[in-house]
Design a protein around this ligand. Sequence first.
Ligand SMILES: [Zn+2]
Length: 155
Amino acid sequence: MACKCCESSKNEDVVVCPVCRKVGDNVSTETVKSLVNEDIELKDTKYHICKDHKCEVIYFSNNQVIVDSEVKVEVWYKEKSTPKVLCYCSNITTYDIDSAFQQNNELTFNDVIKDMKNEGDSDCLHNNPTGKCCHKVISQYIENLKQVIIRDGSY
Ligand SMILES: [Zn+2]
């Protein structure tokens, strides 16, 4: 699924989260700026996002650590986040996809996009905590639901 925002996600350097020591992803400073609480002052120009689901760190740089309580949105893959938003531009949660899937277990990514997503309003750089397009995450989430059916026989 190619779209403009999916293409711009090259990882240049490997950096680890100062708290969980797991490898983080690059994230645009523009994204960090738009999602941290107003009272947080950014001290650097280069930030990364922690990908560990248990770690409370969201963003980090060489001199700064920004934790979940300092960010305006919940990051879906963090264990304690509720609701788990997958598409931040159109506010589509895992709950929305679960219920659509319960009604139609042949559900595809395109159905979700067609029925729920308002493509005209997409601004992943400023809305999504990773700064990236949600398309891949939504496809994977649907794929996982289908795997559960294959494995357990029912949802
Ligand atoms: Zn971490």
